[in-house]
Structures are given as C-alpha cells and as structure tokens.
Design a protein around this ligand. Sequence first.
Ligand SMILES: [Zn+2]
Length: 286
Amino acid sequence: MLISMHEMLKPTREHRFAIGAFNVADSCFIRAVVEEAESTNSPAIISIHPSELAFVTDEFFAYVRERTLRSPVPFVIHLDHGASIAHVMRAIQCGFTSVMIDGSLLPYEDNVALTTEVVKLAHAVGVSVEGELGTIGDTGTTIEGGVSKVIYTEPAQAEDFVKRTGVDTLAVAIGTAHGIYPKDLKPELQMHILRDISQRVTIPLVLHGGSANPDAEIAEAVTLGVGKINISSDMKFAYFKKAREVLSRETWWDPNAIYPEPILAAKEVIRYKMSLFGSTGKASLY
Ligand SMILES: [Zn+2]
C-alpha cells in the first residue's frame, strides 16, 4: 500500500521505532527496498532526490506506484531535498505521497515563508511535507551535498518553525553529514539538542546523513523522537562494491546476470538498518 508520510510516521513515537528512507535511482534499488520490506514485514520509505528524479524521469514512477500499491506492506514515495516549488509540484504530479522542501540555507523568515507555501499546496492534495532547520554536513562523497560546517538546529527556533509552517516532519541538524565519513572525521552527534527539540515539538523528527554513524547513537536518536532515518551511501556502497567484484570476475554483459548479486548485497544492508531502527515486523501496525 501507498500512504502519506504523516500516516507512516504516526505510530513511531508511541512504539519507539524509526523507518528507513532509502534513496533509490533505478529499478534494482526499488526491488532491493520493496522486496526486503516485504520479506521482513517492515514499512519503508522510497526517497528520491531531485537529481535522481531527473535521471529516472517521471514515467518511472508509474512502475514504482504500481509495485507499491499492490504490496501488503506500507510505503511512502518521498521527494528528498526539494529546493523549489517546481521540484515539489513535479513530484506531486509523479504521484509522490510526501515531499521535502529544504529551505535551510535561506534566511530563517524566507525558510518559514517557502515551507508554509509548500505545506499549503501539498496538504491540499493529501501530500505530507518535511522541512529542514539547521544544516546537514557534507563529506564530499554524495550527490546530496551539504555544508562544510554544520549549523546545529536551535531548539526554540524549531518549535517556532513547526508551529508557523505546519510541517508534518522536521529534519534536524545534530551533527550528521551526508555520505561516508572519511577515516579522520568522526561524527559527533549532539544528543542534548535532539532531546531538547523532541520535548518542544510533537511531530516526528528526521535524521539525514544516517549512514556510517555508530549504531548506539542511532538507537538512542530513535528513543528521542526520530521517526525517519535517511540511508543512501551505506546501501549504495555495498551494491557497487559487489557490482565491481562481479564485473571483474565475469565477462557478462546481461544486466539480469550481473545485478542479482549486487541487489542481494544492498538487501543485506537494508535488512540490518530495518532491524537497527526497530521497523522489522511493524507493517502490522498499519
Ligand atoms: Zn539529506
């Protein structure tokens, strides 16, 4: 089944689990996420960045919608880091059930104004909205980018932002970065900021840059109101590591011979994350 993010994240706080949002940019990753969610009875979020949407093209989502609508497990099709009204409208036209509007690099009042406008448009057609406050770091290894210096989310401002914009979920900056961290860079998550925000707002919080953080910190974040955790690099890294291995071992050129092993490698990461976030078996809550 295909539901909105609002519906998807509703039980997460009470039941203390989070749902993985997996970035996909082709049908192999759709298969990895959807099939793994079905086999572990876990809800899952299919996340697509504007640059990934440009790559797969709009027609791709007829397939994604058909596949997820037929499933007994709940899915959300979500726009990751939408940067403009145009991005958001395109995603809604493609049948997404949730959009993110990332105005985090704008002056605060401009972020409030843009996010409020998106909430008005998206809610009119039953689509959920994720906003962002503070900035996510950048390890320099992803398409999502980010900033070199993280600006932590200010808890009082987060409270004001949620009240004024009416967003369904909020991405917060507590020290994570997009991508795989270089060996000399250790992420330092500021759990006290997360605790403060979660006491001020009741909507589920979102953690971006969820790859390669220590498992214990992720598990703690879930207990502090994080309901959605974005995973991209960890899963893609495992997939392409296996793809390189297959291609160096074999002289095949048929995609249906090459891709099954990388899909299995991606599924292993997805299964592990679902279990870490506590979403395994939670499809029965919907
Ligand atoms: Zn992100």
